[in-house]
Design a protein around this ligand. Structure first.
Ligand SMILES: Nc1ncnc2c1ncn2[C@@H]1O[C@H](COP(=O)(O)OP(=O)(O)OP(=O)(O)O)[C@@H](O)[C@H]1O
Length: 318
């Protein structure tokens, strides 16, 4: 049976406002098909957490699905809020309307929002997929992530990109991913390597000259970069990639290897996979979570995997 009701959380600021058109099309389609829904609009950064809490706490509709229209950040916030309520098992339908949309890529659902809506409307049962949980001891924070949490390079890229005046312009011409590329180039030449201690399955590994330290649920980060092709969101594990500081020729060499999915063979690239990963840094580093800034600090992160109900019927589920 399809969803009987959609609670919708919509972020009008996603993809620098490009999400508004997508929202209108989704609403028109639901109206055409006489599917009932209720809309809650995210009015400020972080508002989606509170909206999802309200839905999960006070929503009374039977067989309801929480539909998120926005980017990865909005999806993260909505799931985070919902999981704090008694209706935490309410399935989540995602309509990608952000600039990066890595979650859609990562779970192999359609990235085209209207095709994604087709897949949502075709669903007849919840799909359980992995998501990550984290606690961060330095600032005593905890939460979930649907894509990845990165310390170092990607954290710095997100911080630089969000401050860039090009992001808005590039989003408007559907080239949002390019704004990350500009951030990558800027950060590559300015960041310094740092030590990181990784503990996986009771085994501690110290990497002295880390540059990128990313724990991920699926292959993609940074708006479509396939950093960890072997990560899957349904294996009950999280994957951690640590890339050491590289000189420019080696960086480009590894980049080419990455495009060929062959970068794991090199000793500057470390890979760990486990349901439980712990890492610590000592220096002040930038962090990112699902493309959102975490600020800078020495990080002490503990990661575990958990499952979340989604509402989608992908090609592969048919
Ligand atoms: N009304 C609003 N005004 C400004 N910012 C908002 C508003 N509502 C939500 N936000 C913030 O917008 C930010 C970006 O949202 P989101 O991640 O969904 O889109 P995106 O960055 O374009 O997409 P992606 O993460 O896929 O690249 C989030 O940090 C969210 O908290």
């Amino acid at each position: 049976m399809g969803a009987a009701f959609f609670y919708i959380i919509f972020n009008p600021a996603a993809s620098s406002g490009m999400s508004v058109n997508i929202f209108k099309k989704v609403r028109a389609r639901l109206d055409n098909e006489h599917i009932p829904y209720e809309i809650k609009v995210s009015r400020y950064a972080g508002h989606a957490v509170q909206l999802a809490r309200q839905i999960g706490s006070f929503g009374k509709q039977e067989n309801a699905v929480l539909m998120v229209i926005g980017g990865d950040g909005t999806l993260n916030q909505a799931i985070c809020g919902l999981r704090k309520t008694r209706q935490k098992d309410m399935p989540v339908a995602y309509i990608p309307a952000g600039s990066g949309n890595d979650f859609a890529r990562g779970i192999k659902m359609a990235q085209d929002p209207m095709k994604a809506l087709d897949q949502v409307l075709a669903a007849d049962k919840p799909l359980r997929l992995d998501i990550g949980q984290y606690t961060e001891a330095t600032r005593d924070e905890s939460g979930i992530f649907v894509n990845n949490i990165g310390v170092g390079f990607d954290g710095s890229v997100i911080a630089a990109t969000n401050r860039s005046r090009y992001k808005r312009v590039l989003n408007r011409v559907h080239l949002g991913s390019l704004s990350y590329v500009a951030g990558v180039v800027r950060v590559f030449f300015s960041r310094k390597p740092f030590p990181v201690a990784v503990t996986v399955d009771g085994q501690r590994t110290l990497i002295q000259r880390a540059f990128l330290v990313t724990t991920t649920n699926h292959p993609y980060f940074g708006g479509g970069i396939k950093i960890l092709p072997i990560a899957t969101p349904d294996d009950g594990k999280l994957d951690l990639i640590v890339v050491e500081q590289l000189n420019i020729p080696y960086f480009f060499f590894l980049l080419v290897q990455m495009l060929r999915n062959k970068h794991f063979k090199y000793k500057a690239v470390h890979h760990f996979a486990s349901p439980h990963i712990h890492l610590e840094t000592t220096s002040l580093e930038f962090g990112q979570m699902d493309g959102e800034e975490m600020g800078s600090r020495p990080f002490e992160l503990d990661f575990t995997v958990t499952q979340q109900n989604f509402w989608i019927k992908r090609e592969m589920d048919k």
